[in-house]
Design a protein around this ligand. Structure first.
Ligand code: NAD
Ligand code: LMR
Length: 339
């Protein structure tokens, strides 16, 4: 059965009964960084997705083991592991969706931007290969800082002559997942029914949850909304501190990444009304990239949806995030063009 989604509802092919392929078309998904903290559980979740027919797991090392392990699961997709740069082309060839959780995670005291120096280069080289081997794939960028790695990817694709803004996505689904969880807890509503758009970017104050548009409605006070906003913005740091040097969110991120990739696959397959928040090229504000609700379709982004009505508090948050977000975007563009 096909699950239709009309908003940022997320959830849950994982819990859907029956994992038969039905008449779903052939789809290849590649995970780059598949042996990592996110990559392994994300590979597992993609193996459970009946829309996937081929799953390519790539990392600099360790993927033969992850692939052998995951491949024993009795679901539709054929799994193959690829290790080392010389196998990257094979991993990418024919991919419909490429998910990128490659790169270093934060330790306590670091910002996402502190990861730029290492991850920018990783993303640049992976995107150069994507332009060469699967220029038509939808790219789901997870590697941080997302506010800069997405612009880097865009510049790499532009230089290669393959850029299509409809096919490049910064994955901000974890912000939506968190906003839903925290809102349901405070509003005392069924978490499975909650929808909350989260817009802006994916770092600190650039993460702007729009709780005024949350459903089901609840009568939360201004103080409660501010506390929920702050907790959503600091959700990543909450996990980084709890893991105390052992990395950042991996399991909740794998879940969020699987939800977003599933939405991309549904869009490609022509399922109507697939909407998720994502950091994409955008005209919603004056910034060249911005996260908002996006309708997904057969060629990727079908429509970037507007922000809807904002409260004064949300309007203030929107203005406050623009300078930081713009500077992260420009940093990415500059890096891609300088190196
Ligand atoms: P990790 O260190 O556990 O795993 C990263 C993996 O990337 C490793 O297996 C490593 O070998 C691999 N890698 C490094 N260079 C590579 C290359 N050139 N090609 C292919 N693979 C390469 O880290 P993690 O916890 O999985 O986090 C990965 C990234 O995801 C980090 O940048 C982190 O900040 C980011 N992240 C983003 C979000 C989000 O919401 N977008 C959420 C959580 C984490
Ligand atoms: C997150 O939001 O959990 C990720 O961006 C990882 C991090 O560094 O916080």
């Amino acid at each position: 059965s096909i699950v239709r989604r009309t908003s940022t509802s997320g959830a849950s092919y994982v819990s859907r009964r029956g994992l038969s392929s039905g008449s779903a078309p052939e789809r290849k998904v590649a995970v780059l960084g598949a042996a990592g903290g996110i990559g392994q559980p994300l590979s597992l979740l993609m193996k459970l997705n009946p829309l996937v027919s081929r799953l390519a797991l790539y990392d600099i090392a360790g993927t033969p083991g992850v692939a052998a392990d995951v491949s024993h699961i009795n679901t539709r997709s054929e799994v193959a592991g690829f290790a080392g740069e010389e196998q990257l082309g094979q991993a990418l060839e024919g991919a419909d969706v490429v998910i990128i959780p490659a790169g270093v995670p934060r330790k306590p005291g670091m910002t996402r931007d502190d990861l730029f120096n290492i991850n920018a280069g990783i993303v640049k080289s992976l995107c150069t290969a994507i332009a060469k081997y699967c220029p038509n794939a939808l790219v789901n960028m997870i590697s941080n800082p997302v506010n800069s790695t997405v612009p880097i990817a865009a510049e790499v694709f532009k230089k290669a002559g393959t850029y299509d803004e409809k096919r490049l996505f910064g994955v901000t689904t974890l912000d939506v997942v968190r906003a839903k969880t925290f809102y349901a807890g405070k509003a005392k509503v069924n978490v499975a029914e909650v929808n909350v758009p989260v817009v802006g970017g994916h770092a600190g104050i650039t993460i702007l949850p729009l709780f005024s548009q949350a459903t089901p409605k609840a009568n939360l006070s201004d103080e409660q909304i501010e506390a929920l906003t702050k907790r959503t913005q600091d959700g990543g740091t909450e996990v980084v501190e709890a893991k105390a040097g052992k990395g950042s969110a991996t399991l909740s991120m794998a879940y969020a990444g699987a939800i977003f990739a599933d939405a991309c696959l549904k869009g490609l397959n022509g399922v109507p009304d697939v909407v998720e928040c994502s950091f994409v090229q955008s005209n919603v504000t004056e910034l060249p990239f911005f996260a908002s609700k996006v309708r997904l379709g057969k060629t990727g982004v079908e429509e970037v949806l507007g922000l809807g009505p904002l409260t004064d508090y949300e309007k203030k948050g929107l203005e406050a995030l623009k300078p930081e977000l713009l500077s992260s975007i420009e940093k990415g563009i500059k890096f891609a063009n300088a190196s």
